[in-house]
Design a binder for this molecule. Structure first.
Ligand code: C2E
Ligand code: CA
Ligand code: CA
Length: 779
């Protein structure tokens, strides 16, 4: 993760090598001259023994002006060189200095090339300084002239050292020489350097004029300066670290994402320890490295820095700085990660991991905006058929399993770029961009319908669900929400057409369908609290007595009683008729005891039933419970012929199950638009309800009467009960009775009424009937 410095270029290597080579030659010559000198007396041996370690120690206390592998450090061992050069005529001074430099670099832990370069640059600078001084002064007598020569030599040393290292660093980092020199705070370094090195000359004066023990006094200023230098360096280091840490905190605060914060932090690790090879990685520190763990939720990372080439105290301070940085970083990273997780959760469905409705609308919006007439966007709105029953039968965990499987199947069947989203419940959506090829979209729909039919194992049961799909294709200027709504409408159509299929949205579904959708939404919420059941009597025609009641639903929508004609079709299209029918059935079961008590005898209680209810897996069981609860009264299920002419095996089987469960089946609106009455032979039907359109004109139009007679004949032949609907006038009733129609229903007898009124009516009828019964018995 940490960016390595750009590798050294050829020029950089050549320059460094040249410096090393020059240094080596000078070292060799100087050391050889030192060792072969005839002036190598005891004093010189003593100077070597004391001087070399002194140089090593002085080199350990540099003034650090900028830290890092290539940072600038100014050390003051050149003061020793100056002193030696002025002492005893200077012979061998460079040799001792070179030996000291070698010893000093050999005992550090820097990169070998850095060490070689350091020796080279010191020796070259030293040689130039000594040569300058010699050229200007014999260096054998304390004088102002000699002081000037020494100061100049000192300046030459510094300049050489400074410029050569700046060139070397500039070449290695590929930056400009001037930039390097400016960055390194050279003026300050130069002033300090000359001041400190002049101490070397002071030492010379002491050695020349005072007894040797007096030189020990020099230790005081030298040590003071070294200690001060060290604390200046430490202070600068400390400040640099603090600045880096404060900077880090500020920069992290502004980070917008986890990744951005991590990248920022990675750079900050480098600036805090001033090491180019430091950084963040996911492996712990190894040999020669220090590291601090950085834990952010699920990820374990490390801030690692090389530890070599630094004083132990510096390494400890580095580690401490990294620890601080880690805790600052950890806080920022955890905060950002949490934020990102929350943002993801707000846009992602937790169960399936698919985008949710909000994200889908977002993506769809983008897709729609970049779509064109040639390259439209298609959106598929999918709703599972029969999901609720899986949930009811096997529990929510199984339902969740099923949804996850469905999600995976959807993903597997779309192209990589297509968005699959879960809209909620058992509804999903697929966005297909660049849907110019209509056949391709159709093929996708067909594939998805097919894929959903495959068995799914949930809770150790094999279940089969199907899906209804609505497809809407964008037109220029369309918006995402509208497109999704259109697909939704088309999906309802697919449901109404019998499910397990796809329907493409047509423009004509527009306005009126939007109203219908609103109606459906309102009804969805109203099922539990806004529906009421009204009852209309079914009358024994010859006797004029109530033998049954038909339950007719009404919707109390905001104070207005909405008749079923205005919402049943929508309820059927939306599938809402299933819960609606279930509610009506329950209500009838609840009302039945009151009705029977009011009537004084058992009743045929009829409810209207939709085709969709037949496919509801819980329906047969519910009917069974209802029929049982009604006791002696019969439960009649009224269904229109359209249910029966579907004539598939499954429907026939369900109808048989319903009769086995105790229900009686009646064909509602009989005679309207049927093409075949063959089904009457083999389906377990008990009664026909002659549609109102036949009875309406029975006393006025002879053909109408003939038709009713024909129906009555069929019913009698098949041994079916008959109820004539829509009897409004006594003439109709009389004619029907004469034609042996056993029972009828209509406004003549009673309009559909709410329960309390119906109870009243039944009680009155019962009271009217009682005396007649008594007199009949008495006769
Ligand atoms: P339907 O099953 O044919 O119900 C009879 C309809 O005829 C009722 O209308 C009733 O008020 C009306 N009616 C009864 N006698 C007369 C009469 O003498 N003259 C005239 N002109 N009309 C008469 P309603 O209550 O508006 O119901 C309309 C349709 O709504 C019903 O037709 C039925 O198909 C459906 N429906 C009603 N309740 C339910 C229900 O709970 N579930 C389902 N699936 N459908 C229902
Ligand atoms: Ca009916
Ligand atoms: Ca009817």
């Amino acid at each position: 993760m940490s960016a390595l410095p750009p590798s050294k270029g050829r020029l950089s290597w050549a320059f460094d090598l040249a410096v090393c080579a020059a240094g080596s030659v000078i070292t060799l010559v100087a050391v050889v001259r030192l060792l072969t000198s005839d002036r190598l007396d005891l004093t010189w041996v003593l100077l070597i023994v004391v001087g070399v370690p002194l140089i090593v120690i002085m080199a350990r206390f540099p003034l650090v002006l900028s830290r890092g592998e290539t940072g600038l450090e100014v050390s003051f061992e050149s003061a020793a060189l100056l002193c030696l050069a002025c002492f005893h005529g200077g012979t061998g001074a460079l040799g001792i200095f070179a030996l000291g430099q070698l010893a000093s670099q050999l005992t550090t832990a820097k990169r070998w090339d850095v060490r070689a370069f350091n020796v080279g640059i010191s020796v070259v600078s030293g040689a130039l300084a000594v040569t300058t001084m010699r050229a200007l002064s014999p260096l054998d007598e304390t004088s102002l002239h000699e002081l000037v020569a020494v100061s100049l030599g000192c300046a030459i040393y510094f300049l050489t050292d400074y410029v050569v290292s700046a060139v070397s660093i500039g070449l290695e980092r590929r930056t400009s020489l001037l930039a390097e020199m400016r960055q390194n705070n050279g003026v300050l370094a130069g002033v300090l350097f000359v001041a400190i090195d002049s101490l070397g000359y002071l030492m010379t004066i002491v050695l020349r004029g005072l007894p040797p023990w007096a030189s020990v006094l020099m230790a005081v200023p030298v040590l003071t300066i070294l200690v001060a230098t060290r604390s200046i360096s430490r202070g600068a280091e400390h400040q640099r670290r603090l600045t880096a840490l404060f900077g880090a905190a500020a920069e992290l605060q502004g980070a917008q994402s986890y990744d951005e914060a991590l990248e920022t932090l990675d750079g900050q690790v480098r600036s805090v320890v001033a090491r180019v090879r430091a950084g963040i990685r996911d492996t712990p520190p190894g040999q020669g490295e220090i590291g601090v763990p950085l834990t952010t939720g699920d990820r374990e990372l490390w801030m690692v820095s090389p530890a070599g080439g630094r004083a132990r105290s510096t390494v400890a301070a580095d580690r401490q700085a990294l620890e601080t940085l880690a805790s600052v970083g950890q806080e920022a990273l955890s905060r950002l990660r949490l934020g990102e997780q929350m943002a993801r959760q707000a846009r992602e469905d937790a169960l399936t991991g698919l985008p949710n409705r909000a994200l889908l609308l977002d993506r769809l919006g983008r897709a729609v905006r970049s779509a064109s007439a040639e390259q439209p966007v298609a959106v598929l709105y999918l709703d599972l058929d029969g999901f609720k029953s899986v949930n009811d039968r096997f529990g929510h965990a199984a339902g969740d399993d099923l949804l996850r499987t469905v999600a995976a199947r959807l993903r597997a069947h779309v192209r990589d770029g297509d968005v699959v989203a879960r809209l909620g419940g058992d509804e999903f959506a697929v966005v297909v961009e660049q849907a110019q090829d209509e056949a391709e979209v159709t093929a996708l729909c067909r594939r998805l319908v097919g894929a959903m039919r495959a068995e799914i194992t949930v809770a150790e049961h094999e279940v089969v669900v199907s899906t209804s799909i609505g497809v809407a294709v964008s037109t220029p200027g369309a918006d995402a929400a509208l497109l999704l709504r259109q697909a939704d409408m088309a999906m309802y159509r697919a449901k109404a057409l019998g499910k397990n299929q796809y329907v493409r949205y047509e423009g004509s579904l527009g306005q009126e369908r939007v109203k219908r959708l609103e109606l459906i939404e309102a009804l969805r919420h109203g099922i539990e609290h806004e529906l009421v059941v009204h009852y209309q009597p079914v009358v024994d025609l010859p006797a004029g007595r109530t033998i049954g009641l038909e339950a007719l639903v009404r919707w109390q929508r905001g104070g207005v009683l909405v008749p079923p004609d205005e919402f049943i079709t929508a309820a059927e299209e939306s599938g809402l008729v299933v819960p609606l029918g279930a509610w009506v059935l329950d209500q009838v079961v609840r009302d039945a005891p009151l009705l029977v008590a009011a009537a004084g005898h058992d009743l045929d209680l009829a409810v209207n039933m939709s085709a969709l209810q037949l496919r509801d897996p819980g329906f047969v069981a519910q009917v069974g419970r209802a029929a049982a609860a009604l006791g002696g009264s019969r439960l009649v299920l009224e269904m229109t012929e359209t249910v029966l002419v579907q004539d598939d095996l499954e429907t026939a089987e369900t109808l048989r199950q319903l009769t086995r469960a105790g229900a009686y089946l009646a064909i509602d609106d009989f005679g309207v638009g049927f093409s075949s009455i063959g089904y009457l032979q083999h389906l377990p039907v008990s009664a026909l309800k002659i549609d109102r359109s036949f009875t309406r004109d029975i006393d006025l139009v002879p053909r109408a009467r003939a038709l009713v007679d024909a129906i009555l004949a069929i019913a009698s032949a098949l041994d079916l009960d008959v109820v004539a609907e829509g009897i409004e006038r006594p003439e109709q009733a009389a004619l029907l009775a004469a034609g042996h129609c056993p029972s009828g229903q209509g406004f003549l007898f009673a309009r559909p009424r709410p329960l309390p009124e119906m109870l009243e009516t039944l009680r009155e009828q019962a009271a009217d009937a009682a005396p007649r019964e008594i007199s009949a018995r008495g006769a």
